[in-house]
Every structure is written in C-alpha cells, then in structure tokens.
Design a protein around this ligand. Structure first.
Ligand code: ATP
Length: 623
C-alpha cells in the first residue's frame, strides 16, 4: 500500500508527446474498434477438462474503458490472457478482431500492450532509467526529446518521489504505476490491464484510474481492464462493464445501462450503495446462493442485448476498417539499447558477475593458502600443484549455478518485453553473448592473478594463456546456464540440473577415474565433457617449463614423483602415470577449441530455446 506521501498527483499536462509521431496513439489509427465474440477457454484434457470461459463477448470502441469485474476465480485473468494470446494452459476459441482484422501475434506486438497482474521490472535500474529504455524501445520520440517525455510520464504517474530509486526498492503501488507508465509510453491502440489497482490504496487507485480514463479519451485508446472491487469513484469512470462469474457473463454493456438491467431482473442497486459492490455480491456465491448465481447467469444469456455499445463518444462510429502503422522494430537499434542497458546491469547486479568475481577471489585465495607448501617447485609438491589448478576452476565453475537463477529471471522480463513488441529478443541474446566474454576474462584475473601468480608463484609467462583457458571453460558453463535458464522454467530445478552436469564433469574429468577403465557409455562422458581438456592443458601450462629439484634414490614415503633429472617433460609423464588425464605434450590450442565447441552447443540450444519460447502464441481458434 502506498503512504500518503506517495499519492499519485495526476498532472494536467498536455497529453500529446513531445516529438511523438503523428496520430493520437502510436499507430496513428484514430477510430479503432476491438471486438471479441463467443470466447471460450477450456483448460485440461479428458476427464479433467474445465470450461473456464463460456461464450464471452464484447465490443470496445476507441476512447472507451471496459472494466471486467467478478469475484475471485471468475475468469477475469483468463479472459485477459486469452485476448492477449497468452493463455497457454488450455485451448482458447472464438473470434477476436481489431478493426475487423483477426488478432495475431504480429498485430498484437504492433498495436497492443498488456500490463500483467504481477509487476516485473529490472531490479537494478531506477524508475527513470526503466522509463528511459522503454521510451527508446517504443520509439516514442527523438532521442533528444526522450528525457522530457520520461519526465512527463514520471509526473503523470506520480513517480517523482521515487524517480531515481531502483525498481527493487519500489513499493507495490509504485511498481504498479511504473508498469502502467511504460504501457502508456507505447501509446498502443488497445491496452489491457490486469488488476491495475491491486496493491494501491483507495486514493491512489482513484488517481490511477482517472489517468487511465483520461488517456483513453485524449489519446483515443481502447482500454480493457480487469478489476476486483472498484470504489464508487473509480467505477463511475468506466464506460463499459462486464461482470463475470464462473467464466460466464452476468452482464456486458454500457455502464449506464447496468442499473436498469438489474432493476428489470429484480435486483436493483440499493440507494447509497456502490453499484460495483452490489453487482459483485449478486454473482459471488459467498453472498448469494449457488442457484441464484446460476439463475442470474442464465437470465443474462437469454436476455443479452446486442453487444454493440449504444452510448459514449464513439456511438455512431463503427471504427475504421483494417489496421495501419504501428510499431516496427529495427534490430540494430534494439542491439545498441541492449548493449547500454545490460552493461549497466552487469556492473550493478551484485549476484551475476561482480559478486561472483569477489566470491571466486575469496575461495581461490583459500585454496591458495591451504596449499601453501605447493608454492615450492619441489617434486614432492607436483600432485598438489596439479590439484590447485583443478580447485581454481572447479569451485568457480560451480558458482556459475547462480547464473541459472539470475538468467531465468532475466528471461522472464525479456519474454514480457517481447510480448508487448518492445524488443527483438535476439538483440538481447547477441548483446549479452558479446558482453559476457570480456566479463569472464576479467573474472579470470580475479580467479588466477592474486591466488595463482602472487600466492602460489605460478609462472607469469603463461598467464595470458592460462586466463584464456579459464575464460573458455567458464564461457562453456555460462552457455549451459543460459540454456537451462530458458528451457527449464523452474529456477530451482534448473539449478539442480546445472549441479548435476558440473558433477558429471568432475567425475569424468579423467582425474578421479582413469579414462581407460571406463566402459561404454561412461567413456563417452570423458570425451564430451569439458573438464578433462581443461585439466590437461592447465597442468601442462603451469608445469611444463618449471625448474624442478633433482630427486635421487626413488620416491620417499608419501611422495608420488621422483625424476632423477628433474626434467619437466619426464615430471609430467610421471604425473600422468597417476592421473591419466595429464600429458607432457602441448594440446592447449586444441583443448580450448574443444571446450569452446562444447559451449557453442549449449549456446545453440539456448538460442533455439529463446526462439521457441518467444514465438509461442496461444492462438485463438475460430469456433
Ligand atoms: N493454469 C491453470 N490451469 C488450470 N486452471 C487454471 C489455471 N489458471 C487459472 N485457472 C482456473 O481458472 C479459473 C479462473 O481463474 P482466473 O485467474 O482467471 O480468475 P480471476 O477472476 O482473475 O481471479 P482473481 O481475481 O483471484 O485473480 C479459476 O478457477 C482458476 O483456478
């Protein structure tokens, strides 16, 4: 709930955008009409089928607001989801048109916008930055005019008090107003709002609804919103009303026609009572008997007048035929916006990269000090030197599990932006994929420079190669995290899959179980998982050029390696007798390529996942 200091102050500023394109809304369509007829929605299959919507119809003309009311579970959200082609959990059917043209995903992206019931913003961007990027993505004005447009939206939506507050810290009401502000920036032809006033106190709800009604009139938008229990003041602002119960209409028509209708069926609105409250009581089986509710629904079905609106400013206007204009995306514009936005997020998000860098530094320092004696170039320390390389990458790659969680969350925001036509999702994919490589290389410096070079006295002349090798394997795990973040919806389950994969990499690295004793199909894992390639090359890089002590008289008790000459090649060969993955030959370039190739397989699966998920549309089948 908002405090009184957060109250929305609706300004009376000029609704027209500074530098915006021609036309009242973004499409330039001045007299649109949105119709839906006999919309049905069936969830589940066979015996478990549930009819969540039955023959719901309506018509909304430009400049008008249709409020969908009903008790909890009546089907309001289901109706909005079906009309926005987003009801994936069942089969929607019916006819939905904008200016006579059947609603498709492409049409939706160009001309419509949906504000979902639950807000989702980029937590590390401020309100102002969020609106700024939305304004750029929706191309609402020339770049130089965008700050003025954003400022106007901030004022209109009463967000001045939190304009420079990060979204993670916004109150529920502020987050709600930010979502609506973003929608208004697009200036769609049809705006769907699912519970726009939830989380707001009465005064804030009134102000927001007044703003929504004003925008509908001034900018000739069609607005359809679901609402639980509007106050009298909010209710009076609507033009049309649809009352749902059990997925069926109890009333659908102009607001001013509702009282005579309910009076005609023997349920007049008591004087002094909020009509909305009265209608909701009538269709709520908590307040009326089951039979009474069903009777009310049957009565409307029998007596339902023509769905055409008979009142309001657009009375005699049948709306224009066909659709024109609308938002068109340019991949390269989106790409540069994504670079700017996600660079900022990479720097600010403490979990995804910056926090991980610090954690990796700390954990690798711990290993470096635990293996303190391995600093000395003594043959007795060769296995320990080998192991410290393994720990330096094993723990760091394991921490990549946080990326599954964070990227899954990020992808949910990308899905919303894509749904509303605000983004080409591949611009995000390309920008992120390019930016993450240097970030991982910087991470390699945290992982290897102080713990490896300074504490463990590892060779400096191979540092660049060692850091690139480390970067490549981290890239591989990052691609795995991306892949899981889109394909596995549940974040925790995705993280478990990441851990499983990481453990398999560890087990089949050739270090713990000799690859030669593995049998089919387990031997395959040794070849297709990346750790064996990393360990072989990393140990080679750090040990192949070292100067070792001479060892005479064979290994002492507890010592694994004793090469009389101290020759590094022989030392590595000797180590390979214990850990078969070790090799005294240089495979670094080839191993890097193989690890990169494994990463690219995950990257391709990720890109396919993004494509599949962002192009999934719950198309409405015609009856
Ligand atoms: N994914 C789903 N699978 C099956 N049934 C669902 C699913 N989502 C919603 N339902 C059912 O559909 C019915 C209508 O739900 P819906 O969320 O549309 O109601 P609502 O009117 O928006 O309620 P509220 O005001 O509480 O949000 C409910 O009985 C609900 O249990």
């Amino acid at each position: 709930m908002m405090t009184s200091t957060e109250q929305v102050q609706v300004s009376g500023t000029n609704p027209k955008r500074l530098g915006s394109r021609a036309g009242s809304n973004n499409s330039g369509m001045e007299s649109s009409i949105f119709k839906f007829k006999n919309v049905n929605f069936v969830a589940g299959k066979g015996d478990k089928q549930k009819h969540l919507l039955q023959d719901v119809s309506g018509t909304v003309k430009f400049g008008r607001v249709l409020a969908v009311m009903g008790p909890s579970g009546a089907g309001k959200t289901t109706l909005i989801s079906a009309l926005t082609l987003d009801a994936h959990y069942g089969t929607p059917s019916g006819a939905v048109t904008l200016n006579g043209v059947a609603l498709t995903d492409k049409l939706f992206k160009r001309h419509c916008y949906v504000v979902k019931q639950h807000d989702k913003h980029w937590p590390y961007l401020t309100c102002r930055e969020t609106l700024q990027y939305a304004a750029e993505l929706y191309q609402v004005a020339d770049r130089s005019n965008i700050p003025a447009v954003v400022e106007e939206t901030i004022q209109k939506m009463g967000l001045a008090v939190c304009a420079d507050t990060r979204c993670a810290r916004l109150s529920g009401g502020q987050a709600r107003r930010l979502s609506i502000g973003m929608a208004l920036l697009k200036q769609p032809t049809v705006l769907f709002l699912d519970e726009p006033t939830s989380g707001l106190d009465a005064a804030a709800a009134d102000n927001i609804m007044q703003e929504i009604v004003r925008v509908a009139k001034d900018e000739r938008l069609i607005i359809m919103c679901s609402i639980h229990q509007p106050s009298s003041k909010v209710y009076q602002g609507f033009d049309q009303l649809m009352i749902l119960s059990r997925g069926r209409e109890a009333y659908s028509g102009d607001l001013i026609d509702a009282p005579p209708y309910f009076e005609s069926i023997g349920a007049p609105v008591p004087s002094q009572m909020n009509p909305a409250e009265h209608y909701l009581d009538l269709v709520n089986s908590d307040f009326s008997s089951e039979e009474e509710v069903v009777k009310l629904l049957d009565t409307w079905e029998e007596r339902a007048p023509n769905q055409q609106s008979s009142h309001g400013p657009a009375n005699n206007d049948e709306g224009q035929d066909g659709v024109t204009g609308g938002l068109r995306r340019n991949f390269f514009d989106d790409l540069q916006i994504m670079f700017r936005r996600h660079f900022k997020l990479i720097i600010r998000d403490p979990v995804l990269y910056v926090g991980r860098m610090v954690m990796i530094l700390i954990s690798n320092l711990v290993f470096a000090f635990v293996y303190w004696n391995a600093r000395d170039y003594l043959q007795s320390q060769v296995p320990n030197k080998h192991f410290i390389n393994i720990w330096f990458v094993a723990v760091a790659s394991n921490m990549g599990v946080v990326a599954v969680y964070a990227l899954n969350d990020e992808f949910k925001s990308i899905l919303r932006e894509t749904k509303n036509g605000g983004l080409n999702p591949f611009a995000y994919v390309v920008a992120k994929s390019i930016m993450v490589v240097p970030v991982l290389w910087v991470m390699s410096i945290f992982a290897l420079a102080i713990p490896g070079l300074l504490v463990q006295d590892q060779p400096k002349d191979v540092f660049l190669q060692a850091s690139l090798l480390w970067t490549v394997i981290m890239f591989c795990f990052e691609c795995l995290a991306e892949c899981l973040s889109v394909w596995v919806e549940d974040q925790i389950f995705g993280m478990l899959q990441f851990m499983n994969f990481w453990f398999m990499c560890f087990l089949f690295s050739g270090n713990f179980i000799e690859s030669t004793i593995l049998y089919y199909p387990f031997e395959l894992f040794y070849h297709i998982l990346p750790f064996s390639y990393y360990i072989r090359s990393c140990t080679y890089l750090n040990l192949h050029d070292a100067t070792w002590d001479q060892c005479t008289g064979g290994p002492a008790i507890g010592q694994a390696i004793c090469v009389e000459s101290g020759d590094p090649t022989e030392v590595l060969d000797s180590l390979s007798n214990i850990y078969g993955v070790v090799d005294s030959e240089d495979h670094v370039a080839r191993d890097m390529l193989v690890i990169f190739g494994i990463g690219m397989i995950f990257k391709i699966l990720y890109v396919v996942g993004v494509w599949v998920k962002t192009s999934k549309v719950a198309t409405i089948k015609s009856n």
